[in-house]
Design a protein around this ligand. Structure first.
Ligand SMILES: [Zn+2]
Length: 501
């Protein structure tokens, strides 16, 4: 009798507890997916017509500020992003930076800020923009992470264990504030400028490997070189190239800007070694990554030769990062002293930018916010807000891609991959660079968002048989929103490029 009552009570208690936890879970999910920026929309359409009709002199401004984490408190470890969890930073090997470049054609002003960081979600980009005073006059601000894998977690996935968010909110706040401040400093530094565009072929061998078929790279380096008019001193450069900054690899616990930092440094100050020397240009140098998906990396099996010491580096190390940065600088610097495409003091700016939605199919990306690992709002159920843009800048064009796009979508070579889940003809065609106007076409990766891998639909593969007869699943899909991402983004960029023309 007593016993029966006890069981009933226990059962009732358990049912109530289960109902409560379901309600708690639902509330937690609703909170996790809440739109952080309801109603936020970008719809910018700025024509270059006025600038062409009424030419005014070009101005450019550069600024930079350190964004090193504070490693002083052993009770508050700094979790490094990009490989496995539980990688606490042990030292600062070299500085992390926010580098801003602002250009102004006399009618329209655009800012770029590149951060030595793993990636920023669109909500963080909005937070940076909200701190830009209207008096700065920026028609559009582009925020790009270099996708560095030796920097503090800013996305949440790399805490002490897989169920703990690795982001330090105070550091995140500091990066956001610094990015906005650096853009403001670059506006304050605006000065008359001449810009020259360079496209430099850099064969990938000995620099970057492609760890997933088809073998397509984003290997050309593209440079905007800003000097004082009439061939004066260098104000700075904006450089793009596609590769994961993860050279020191998973065993490294020291904060470093990787090859991006070395490249910026050598472009500015030069470098020398027993086998040669490079003269720097002065100025401030801004590196923005390109198409890094599918998967561009200086792999531990890639041997890189340091052109200044004539030594080969295979084992991941800071010296290997330096070799990558110096290789790039060695190819860029001589070219900047040669005639460039359309060196000019008049480079009209046009902008087409808009927010759009991407569906979230990836179950991990749905679970992570509920578990508190990822802090990213949904614009509506199972959709995130992201952003795409295409700009014209004189003879150049600039596409802003919100994630890690596979280079075949950018440069051509999307395949109907045997074993793919959809067995369709390539959808994301023609390649982005064929859609872009102008003579030198910059494609900025991880610009204004990090949505993960952007994988062609005809190469999407989760189910057996696996791609190209592989015995196990290929790597990539686990870090993608889903198989719709690439075609939606391609469609958005295609529309924006058409509007720009
Ligand atoms: Zn990546």
């Amino acid at each position: 009798m007593v016993r029966g009552t006890l069981w009933k009570r226990l059962a009732r208690g358990a049912a109530a507890a289960a109902a409560l936890s379901l309600v708690a879970l639902a509330l937690r999910a609703a909170y996790a997916f809440r739109d952080r920026n309801p109603g936020y929309a970008v719809r910018i359409s700025v024509s270059a017509e006025k600038s062409r009709a009424e030419p005014r002199p070009l101005r450019a401004g550069f600024a930079r500020e350190r964004i090193n984490p504070d490693l002083g408190d052993p009770a508050r470890p700094v979790w490094l992003a990009g490989f496995s969890q539980n990688r606490a930073a042990t030292a600062i090997h070299d500085d992390l930076w926010a580098v801003a470049c602002v250009v102004d054609d006399g009618h329209t002003r655009v800012g770029f800020v590149a951060l030595d960081a793993i990636g920023l979600f669109h909500d963080d980009v909005i937070a940076i923009r909200q701190r830009l005073a209207p008096e700065l006059g920026l028609a559009y601000a582009i925020v790009a992470a270099t996708h560095n894998h030796s920097t503090p977690d800013l996305m949440g996935l790399w805490g002490p264990h897989p169920l703990r968010n690795g982001v330090d909110p105070a550091y995140r706040e500091r990066v956001i504030a610094t990015a906005a401040r650096t853009l403001a400093s670059a506006v304050a530094a605006l000065a008359p400028a001449q810009v020259a565009f360079h496209e430099i072929a850099v064969p990938p061998a000995g620099l970057v490997a492609d760890t997933r078929r088809p073998e397509v790279y984003d290997s050309d380096v593209r440079v905007m070189h800003f000097t004082a008019p009439a061939g004066g001193a260098t104000l700075g450069t904006l450089v793009t190239w596609g590769n994961h900054p993860e050279t020191p690899w998973a065993g490294n616990t020291e904060v470093t800007a990787d090859f991006c930092g070395v490249l910026r440094d050598v472009l500015e100050r030069g470098a020398s070694g027993p086998a040669g020397s490079l003269a720097g240009l002065g100025g401030v140098h801004c590196f923005i990554n390109g198409a890094v998906g599918g998967l561009m990396t200086t792999h531990p099996s890639t041997t890189v030769r340091d052109p200044l010491t004539a030594t080969d580096h295979r084992q991941p190390s800071h010296d290997k990062s330096a070799a990558v940065g110096r290789q790039l600088a060695a190819r860029i610097l001589p070219r900047l002293r040669e005639p460039a495409v359309a060196a000019t003091t008049h480079a009209p700016i046009a902008i087409e930018a808009r927010t759009f939605e991407l569906p979230v199919d990836n179950v991990n990306f749905l679970l992570a916010p509920v578990l508190g690992i990822m802090d990213r709002g949904h614009s509506r159920w199972r959709h995130v807000r992201s952003e795409a843009a295409v700009l014209r800048f004189g003879e150049a064009s600039i596409a802003c891609v919100p994630g890690e796009i596979y280079p075949e979508i950018v440069n051509g070579g999307v395949e109907r991959a045997p074993g793919g889940d959809f067995d369709v003809e390539p959808v994301e065609v023609p390649p982005l660079r064929a859609l872009l106007p102008g003579r030198v076409k910059f494609v900025l990766g991880l610009a204004n968002d990090e949505v993960g891998y952007v994988i062609p639909r005809s190469e999407w593969d989760r189910e057996p048989p696996y791609l190209y007869g592989a015995s196990k699943p290929v790597y990539g899909e686990v870090n993608s929103l889903g198989p719709e991402t690439a075609q939606r983004l391609h469609a958005a960029l295609r529309e924006l490029s058409a509007a720009l023309r």
